[in-house]
Design a protein around this ligand. Sequence first.
Ligand code: PLP
Length: 455
Amino acid sequence: MDTQPNSPEARDIRYNLHAYTNARRHQEAGPLIIEKGEGIYVEDNSGKRYIEAMAGLWSVAVGFSEQRLVDAATKQMSKLPYYHSFTHKSHSPLIDLAEKLVQMAPVPMSKAFFTNSGSEANDTAMKMIWYRSNALGQPQRKKIISRQRGYHGVTIASASLTGLPNNQISFDLPIANVLHTASPHYWREARPGETEEQFSTRLAEELEKLILAEGPETVAAFIGEPVMGAGGVVVPPAGYWEKIQAVLKKYDILLIADEVICGFGRTGEMFGSQTYGLQPDIMVMSKQLSSSYLPISALLINDKVFEPLADESNRIGTFGHGFTAGGHPVAAAVALENLRLIEERDLVGNAREVGAYMQQRLRELSSHELVGEVRGIGLIAAIELVADKATKAPWGQPGALGALTNGLLQQNGVISRNMGDALAFCPPLIITRAQVDEIISALKTSLDEALKQVK
Ligand code: PLP
């Protein structure tokens, strides 16, 4: 790290409070400053190149140097740099993108609503659900069930839906009306001898018990990521979504699919809902929608949600919700071009094909002494590190081995992210087999180096 008083590193420490960072440790450790990107690679300010094996934050589908997105932004910026959708106003990118998303949806959807981040979109989903319950004359139906280890964002409502301690401790969260049910992580949570199907059945039974204990008439919705991302990449066990949805149907509880990571190809289908047979009433999307070149997120809602909401807005006089930059024309134009690229280049097919290769190559590491589990689908995966394969015990403090290996991997030219002891891999959808090989080779070296340090 450059420690000169006016180096970018020193000024970063002086002026920035970083997201998801130990602020005290940052004063010592300093930042990794990324200057530019090309394809799946990024380069830091010393000229060192890395494979961005997290696609930024699970989000840069088309890589870090897509000129067509730059051109789409420039063109829209020159024509109409800003407009909004309040009070009956609209603009072409908003109309085109809404139409495109409703047509792409794997289940019948009625309307799109635009926001700027995954968190805002999930907040909006929660507000829509409360509004709908009031519209239906069911003011008691306000509870939303989420899952432990689910990740839905960091605003007050979405951090409440999130089922991870770091998003709630000392923030006085969760708020009322949010309940959490068990995480579907078979390898960690299943009882000895339980099959995946049996585990899924038990989780569905636990969900039903929770609903009955709370009173089914008080439960409005269930939210889940088809594949959990930030909770450590948790792939649902066999039969899970089918059994969960059967319970939801029985009690007329809405399903919100949080497609913020899975959406637009990540799992090898356009949406995670297709991969796992979800039939959501609301779909939440962001990240790969614009490859994160600009902030944009969207909700798709079906008529079960839209119709009562429309009636309630008519009764009150307005749907009193919306963001200044929601559906921003430049972000919407970039999103449209990004979706065109995903389709033209069959990046969903690439996620399926190169994804299967990445999964196979990662599974070859299962025999490594430090690797407890390899899990994933398409181009999203994690390896979970343990000190003892039999007991699944961590090495020292939980997360220490993950952080150590993640640091070594970064030195070896690959950016991953450790969630506790799970190292995640979620590269841009344009990745090739040869580039997967580069990741695996750096990962092998890093695991061996970590092993030397801990044994
Ligand atoms: N939902 C999921 C599934 C996510 O992975 C994320 C972010 O990682 C969010 C919501 C929150 O999105 P944002 O960080 O844009 O608020």
